[in-house]
Design a protein around this ligand. Structure first.
Ligand code: PNS
Length: 164
């Protein structure tokens, strides 16, 4: 079964990488789909977000990364994927995730959403916390891949402006 793993990934965290790694053992191929259209203005461009994910998942042979625009289900159809993967951290994620899964099912009933529970030690992680901590000069080494840490440092170099 081919799967997509969609998200904003602004930026990718170790929680996302852990989920991709764990899911990669259960699907023939995973397309990580990086949302180009976002509700909020992202810190990183879609090209930057895509490049950081490619770097982080390069050891995984059956994972590819690409940006997507428009409806997720249109990309799911184009890629002939039967599964949509999403991560669940806490119960607070559930309502939004359930709504999205039901909406996607209504739009494309053939695709099934699979939820992976995040690893215990990564449950507290979120891209928004990572942006906040990095923007305030905190150490994000244990939260993101090395390339992301470097990109965050460059983004906030000399800028004590919080953007989260
Ligand atoms: O990481 P995020 O921000 O929770 O990811 C949300 C994302 C990008 C997966 C979701 O907003 C999405 O699928 N956007 C594409 C537009 C779409 O298909 N909307 C209808 C789905 S309910």
């Amino acid at each position: 079964m081919i799967a997509v793993y969609p998200g904003t990934f602004d930026p990718i965290t170790n929680g996302h990488v852990d989920l991709i790694r764990r899911a990669s053992g259960h699907f023939v191929h995973i397309h990580v789909l990086v949302a180009a259209d976002t509700r909020k203005i992202p810190l990183f461009t879609v090209e930057e977000r895509t490049a950081m994910i490619k770097d982080a998942v390069s050891p995984l042979a059956n994972v590819s990364v690409e940006p997507f625009r428009g409806l997720l289900v249109d990309s799911v159809r184009r890629l002939k994927a039967g599964s949509i993967i999403r991560g669940l951290r806490a119960t607070s994620d559930f309502e939004y995730e359930q709504q999205m899964a039901l909406m996607n099912r209504r739009l494309h009933p053939e695709a099934e959403t699979f939820f992976l529970v995040s690893s215990e030690d990564l449950t507290y992680l979120s891209s928004s916390f990572v942006r906040e901590i990095a923007s305030l000069g905190g150490d994000v080494s244990s939260m993101v891949p090395p390339g992301v840490k470097k990109a965050l440092a460059e983004k906030f170099a000399g800028k004590p402006v919080a953007r989260f």
